[in-house]
Write a protein that binds this ligand. Structure first.
Ligand SMILES: [Zn+2]
Length: 1037
């Protein structure tokens, strides 16, 4: 599953910060910190149209209720007759409490109106059942056990072997009905069947022993919403080793929210068209059919979907047969799936069209999208790289793709960027449709990486599935890591895994994981409502960074062999992290190396945070250096969450690579395993003027610090000939230095001295790293009175490269894909820094471009720098420009353009305009719900608006929490976005007071926020003056 990226683009620094199109782009290329961490995506809410649809539904519902009342009254009048007839009509015994179902089951319109039992009897049975239930609950209480349905996990006595699922989709009123037959294996005798079912109306349930006639009588059955299960209580126990068939008839809504089986729409030739599609991961299959909705319960599935013939239906497998009915309906019967979990099962009912291609091994790949997009060829890029990527993965993993086909479905709305359903992967349109002639490099990169990610899941996730959600990082970490490996396969010159991985994954997640309130990458969860929480940037990015470290210390070819074994051994099954460690250890052993991978990796996956290694070499006389480790935290005063884990107890086994260099040469690296608090190691050839460099190419998940003398030697080296040190280490030195200084491990001047060499740096990556590392520092300083000293210093470092590179011309955009991505991205980065820090030429250029647009009404601003120009224009120019951008925001239909226009509006210096924008942001008619969060966050990043956004957030918290509270990701993104740059004592007090009065359900986000603000305040108190003093001295020289 790919999360909607909060892609902060670079440190668009002060007066105007510009941000990239967060919703459009995936991958973490982009702005600095900020919780990618808050995984999961926006769940857009009701729009105007949806309200209209909703009204129609409500009306329909009211009519059906009236009809139901009428039927019931007649039934009551006739009740005597019915009772005389004896046994209830046909169908299974209707359990009491079931038919008229508990509050949780919402009865969809037009459904569930099977002739009911006479009301009196229902009532009587209801009372009877309630009494039984009470008795049963008491019995469990006496045994001091939770009843099987009240436990957070399903009881283990049953296992589903096969599901037959028959669905009818009624797109005209957005309901569906289903019949599921589950073949069950009994492991332990029990009277209870407990499986997941949520937000549906159960009509009937029947249990039969396989191969024998005659059912097993159902005593009662009920939905239990607290744990989202459906419970069947039988009159007698199911017997061990026998298999039974459970049949359930049910119906539900095709929801208007974006989980389970849900609907969305698009307009074609002026006409609105609807489609139904599913999103089951992680715990929403239970909203679409009763099932054992935990990844360990792999089973085979045979699905049939009945729908109007004007639609087509899709599922994981190809259609085997279609049966047409005379009334314009058709039933598609899909082939049986291999063993699989419920969360990546999928189906869709739509009237899309497609294009297709076939891989060398015969897999049919189709891209389905709205007909106009298919006609324009917007899906061709995705289709083409998908074919090549399947071939890449089949070759890399040495395991063929498992299904006969793979459909990629481009939908208008989806809660995540994409979802890897086996054989039917679903993407939000902006992450898969692409027109090469008008797409920027980053857009192309985003589309590419999302596809690489989902395809990796066809193996990591779908074929081999984590046992439980605590190890979701096993699949997400791999898919995220392979985004870079797979993109390198498609674009070999881009060096994604060696370079871009550092800024976008490693540096970014170390910001989050450097908080004392972080959490381990492997985190225990039980409750369904908590499972969303594990899909966060720690799982994705730290997971990927740990996997990359592992691949590097194992050696890439041994690592690859190990993965091939792992997939072969566990295919169609589940695996936990220890299964992976064991397989990889064996692969290492085969090449004669012995490392206990489980022992090493447990320290990295079960402990939160990461170490900072300190290498002391200056006092040695005999080539001996001292290496020590401690946990890195931004605020050393912050208390660890678990007091038993005082920082002293944190130790890692660290694969440290070290090289020794002098002015013209660097030695080959050597691995040193560091496992103690402090160790002495002998280094050959350590001469007087030699420097030491640790973590070669930044393959390790840790920071490295040195004695000051060594830092000076490194700075000297960078200034004299930076190419002796690799590009990735140059970026790494920049990032480590800034963050070590921010946390107080290093004097404040060291990072500022390092970036002086940038005037000679022609590679993108070190600039990108510097730009991102400067961002939080800029935010700490942007409201201080001496800010201009800092500003001037940065401008000096940027000026010469800005002059050298100049601005892109517009016609370049046509060939961006072919153009050197390094060069264009570097130019963009430097322009952004120049404009953000107030380079006069940059400002003039932006103003000229905006004026030209306004006067000619033709937008000739180069695509790759549009966001920078808009933001700069709004912040510098008068209110008319703001109004002009506001008007363009309303009139444009291109999603990516809309987003950067909206963000540009937050760049204004005018507090009235900022307030106006904040207030407008809560109006769903003007700003989409998921975009409102970005507006508030961006105003908070603007030094002129930070206090306004903070005040607005507190005043509107009730509304905001009601809107986003259920979507954990949105809520924590908002909380951290508004608070992360607060840095005064007063603001810290306000934050704490606010939390005291309002904390509701977002405790983790709030404790992260407090820790971040405390660290900011602490930095101001301890280090701000030191920094300014050095800057003053430096500028007068
Ligand atoms: Zn994923």
């Amino acid at each position: 599953m790919a999360l909607e990226e909060k892609r902060e683009k670079r440190p668009a620094v002060t007066p105007m910060m510009i941000e990239e199109d967060a919703a459009l782009r995936n991958g973490s290329r982009g702005l600095p910190p900020g919780p990618w961490a808050e995984a999961a995506g926006p769940r857009p809410r009701t729009t105007e149209r949806h309200i209209a649809v909703h009204k129609r539904l409500v009306l329909g519902f009211a009519v059906s209720i009236l009809a139901l009342l009428a039927v019931t009254m007649i039934a009551v009048l006739l009740s005597v007759r019915f009772e005389e007839c004896g046994a209830a009509a046909d169908g299974p015994p209707r359990a009491g409490g079931n038919g008229s179902l508990s509050g949780a089951a919402r009865q969809p319109p037009g459904a569930g109106q099977t002739p009911g039992r006479p009301e009196k009897e229902e009532e009587a049975r209801g009372r009877e059942a309630a009494a039984e239930e009470e008795e049963e609950e008491e019995e469990w209480q006496r045994r001091r056990e939770l009843p099987p349905w009240a436990r957070p996990r399903l009881p283990r006595h049953l296992r589903p072997l096969h599901y037959n699922l028959m669905l009818s989709a009624f797109m005209e009123n957005f309901t569906f009905s289903g019949e599921v037959n589950v073949q069950l294996e009994v492991r332990n005798a029990s009277r209870y069947i407990v499986l997941h079912a949520h937000r549906m109306h159960i009509e009937a349930v029947r249990v039969a022993e396989d191969k024998l006639a005659g059912g097993v009588r159902v005593a009662r059955s009920f939905l239990y919403p607290q744990t989202q299960v459906f419970v069947v209580v039988l009159n007698r126990s199911l017997e061990v080793q026998r298999s039974y068939n459970l049949k359930i008839l049910y119906n539900a809504l095709i929801e208007n929210e974006l989980l389970g089986f849900f609907r969305s729409s698009y307009v074609l030739h002026g006409e609105r068209r609807f489609l139904g599609v599913t999103q089951f991961s992680p715990t929403h299959a239970r909203k679409a059919f009763p099932c054992f909705d935990e990844p360990i319960y792999k089973a085979t599935f045979k699905i049939s979907i009945r729908h109007q013939a004007t639609y087509l239906s899709l599922s994981n497998m190809p259609v085997e047969t279609s049966v047409f009915e005379e009334d314009g309906w058709v039933t598609d019967h899909f082939s049986q799936t291999p063993l699989m979990s419920t969360y990546y099962l999928a189906w869709a009912v739509c009237n899309f069209t497609y294009r297709e291609t076939v891989t060398r091994s015969g897999v049919v790949v189709r891209l389905y999208a709205r007909p106009d997009a298919i006609r324009r060829g917007s899906g061709d890029y995705a289709l083409n790289i998908t074919r090549r990527l399947i071939e890449f993965y089949e070759d890399y993993f040495k395991v063929p793709y498992s299904l006969p086909k793979l459909d990629l479905l481009a939908v208008p709305k989806h809660p995540y960027a994409a979802m890897e359903n086996w054989g039917l992967s679903v993407f939000v349109e902006q992450r898969i449709l692409l027109d090469p002639s008008i797409s920027s490099i980053s857009y192309l990169l985003d589309v590419t990486m999302v596809i690489v990610h989902e395809l990796c899941h066809q193996w990591f996730g779908d074929l081999v599935t984590p046992v439980w959600w605590e190890d979701v990082w096993l699949k997400e970490g791999f898919a995220h890591y392979f985004e870079f490996v797979g993109t390198d396969y498609l674009y070999p010159g881009w060096n994604m895994e060696k370079q871009r991985f550092l800024t976008d994954v490693l540096h970014e997640v170390m910001l989050l994981d450097g908080l004392a309130s972080s959490h381990p990458v492997s985190q225990e969860v039980q409750q369904a409502t908590d499972i969303d929480r594990v899909f966060d940037w720690i799982a994705y990015k730290k997971g990927a960074a740990l996997i990359r470290m592992l691949a590097n210390f194992m050696g890439h070819s041994v690592f690859q062999m190990g993965l091939q074994d792992y997939l072969t051994i566990h295919k169609y099954g589940n695996a936990a992290r220890n299964d992976l460690w064991n397989t990889l250890s064996k692969a290492l052993k085969r090449v004669g190396k012995s490392v206990n991978i489980q022992e090493v990796m447990d320290q990295w996956t079960l402990q939160m945070g990461y170490p900072v290694i300190t290498i002391l070499g200056n006092e040695t006389t005999d080539n001996v250096i001292v290496i020590s480790q401690e946990r890195f935290v931004y605020d050393s005063d912050a208390k660890p969450k678990d007091p038993a884990l005082g920082d002293n107890s944190y130790l890692w086994q660290i694969p440290l690579t070290i090289a020794v260099g002098n002015t013209s040469h660097i030695s080959s690296e050597a691995i040193i395993w560091v496992s103690n608090k402090s160790e002495r190691h002998r280094i050959p050839a350590l001469e007087e003027a030699s420097w030491l460099l640790g973590n070669i190419n930044q393959t390790g998940y840790f920071r490295v610090n040195y004695d000051i003398r060594n830092w000076r030697l490194l700075i000297n080296q960078l200034t004299r000939n930076h190419k002796v040190i690799s590009v990735s280490n140059r970026a790494g030195l920049v990032d480590d230095a800034f963050n070590l200084a921010r946390a107080g491990y290093l004097p404040q001047n060291i990072p500022l001295e390092i970036i002086r060499y940038l005037s000679e740096e022609k590679d993108f990556l070190p600039w990108h790293a510097a730009s991102r590392a400067l961002y939080p520092l800029d935010k700490l300083l942007d409201r201080t009175e001496n800010y201009n000293i800092f500003n001037e210093y940065i401008l000096r470092q940027v000026a010469s490269m800005y002059l050298k590179l100049g601005w892109p011309t517009n016609n370049l955009n046509k060939s961006l894909v072919q153009a050197s991505y390094q060069h264009e991205e570097l130019r963009r980065e430097v322009i952004m820094l120049a404009c953000s820090f107030g380079n006069k030429h940059c400002h003039q250029q932006a103003a000229t471009l905006i004026s030209d647009w306004i006067s000619s009404n033709r937008n000739r601003i180069p695509l790759n720098v549009r966001d920078i120009v808009y933001c700069t224009g709004v912040s510098l120019m008068d209110e008319d420009v703001w109004e002009f951008i506001w008007m363009k925001f309303h009139s444009t239909t291109a999603v990516s353009e809309k987003k950067i226009l909206l963000e540009a509006l937050t760049c204004s210096d005018d507090r009235n305009l900022l307030n106006r924008l904040l207030n407008l942001s809560l109006n769903s008619e003007v700003v989409l719900d998921q975009d409102a969060i970005d507006v508030i966050i961006h105003v908070a990043r603007n030094p002129h608006g930070r206090d306004l956004a903070w005040k607005f957030f507190r005043e509107k918290w009730k509304i905001l929490n009601a809107r986003y509270g259920e979507a954990l990701f949105m809520n924590s993104k908002l909380i951290s976005g508004v608070t992360e740059f607060l840095n005064t004592e007063e603001e810290l007090r306000e934050l704490k007071n606010f939390i005291k009065s309002y904390e509701e359900g977002a405790a983790a986000s709030f404790s992260r926020a407090v820790e971040t603000v405390e660290a900011n305040v602490r930095w101001q108190r301890l280090y701000k003056e030191e920094l300014f003093q050095w800057l003053r001295k430096s500028l007068t020289h």
